[in-house]
Ligand binder design. Structure first.
Ligand code: ADP
Ligand code: MG
Length: 279
């Protein structure tokens, strides 16, 4: 009798509120409403101000969660920013232009960035920093090496899901293609990559990192005609960054050797997750 009476009684409001806030996907609201209510009582806040504070907390948290989601979806090999980038190490790089680009106006205007320079000069680092800034500003990002991208396109074609992958690669706001130039592409690979550039033209921004100057891009794409058409699209609205200089990696390991650090110390350095075929 007592049991059924308990079952008939309405659920306590906290239980229902928890359920509704979960359903409405307001986790911060749920987590904070008690604490903020106590604050509001202490500070003498009225109801609208109490609700406003909760809504603001939810918005801030939601934005943070969305940035984290975009970062995960981008598949960055490491999260790097310009805070840890030493501009004095690479005088050929136009610092004011880089800092301007980090504000992401180019992504709004659907312009491209091409970073050219020898190995170890910070191209991957800079593009990761652009990618992170774009995630923070609300743009969707995909980071991938040219070789992996071509591999994925070929695999998707063989498995008859090329259109789906192409649609995904066309709609992402910022596509970062790293390490173009280390591996020559097959004719099919070059054509599939060209199609991506072509489909993205004026629809989204693309960042390309390459160790090769433009004159040598034919060696990657095989055909002069294809390379010409590709460069035509890619460089239509483009910011070119020149990173030519001493390899930062070599300079650092030379400095470590000079300090007498053992190789095991070197192995303890944080791994930045990228594979550089030049090493
Ligand atoms: P690239 O892609 O041009 O071959 P990376 O961006 O991979 O070069 O740089 C190699 C390593 O050196 C990375 O760990 C990177 O973070 C670091 N690095 C390169 N340039 C700089 C710089 N100017 N300031 C700080 N770190 C740098
Ligand atoms: Mg690199």
């Amino acid at each position: 009798m007592t049991v059924s009476a308990r079952n008939d009684s309405p659920a306590p409001p906290q239980v229902l509120l928890t359920h509704h806030l979960r359903q409405l996907k307001l986790p911060t609201f749920l987590r904070e409403y008690d604490k903020v209510a106590a604050e509001a009582a202490r500070e003498g806040l009225d109801h609208p101000r109490y609700l406003l504070r909760l809504a603001e907390l939810e918005l801030i948290d939601r934005e943070r969660r969305m940035v984290e989601r975009r970062i995960r979806a981008a598949h960055f090999p490491a999260v790097k920013s310009f805070d840890t980038f030493d501009f004095t190490a690479i005088p050929s790089l136009n610092k004011p232009l880089v800092l301007e680009l980090a504000r992401c106006e180019y992504a709004v205007a659907r312009e491209n960035i091409i970073a050219l320079g020898n190995s170890g000069t910070g191209k991957t680092h800079a593009s990761l920093a652009f990618g992170l800034a774009a995630c923070q500003r609300g743009f969707s990002v995909i980071f991938i090496t040219a070789a992996a991208l071509v591999h994925q396109l070929m695999e998707a074609r063989d498995e008859r899901r090329l259109l789906k992958l192409q649609a995904q690669l066309t709609t992402v706001k910022l596509l970062i293609i790293d390490e173009l130039g280390y591996v020559p592409l097959s004719q099919t690979g070059a054509e599939l990559l060209f199609e991506i550039f072509s489909q993205r033209h004026e629809r989204g921004s693309t960042i390309v990192n390459s160790n090769l100057p433009f004159e040598e891009w034919t060696t990657v794409f095989g055909s002069q005609r294809l390379t010409g058409a590709l460069l035509d699209r890619l460089t239509h609205h483009v910011h070119i960054l020149e990173l030519n200089g001493e390899s930062y990696r070599l300079k650092q390991s030379a400095a470590r050797r000079k300090r007498g650090q053992r190789p095991s110390d070197e192995a303890a350095q944080p791994i930045d997750g990228e594979i550089d075929p030049a090493n």
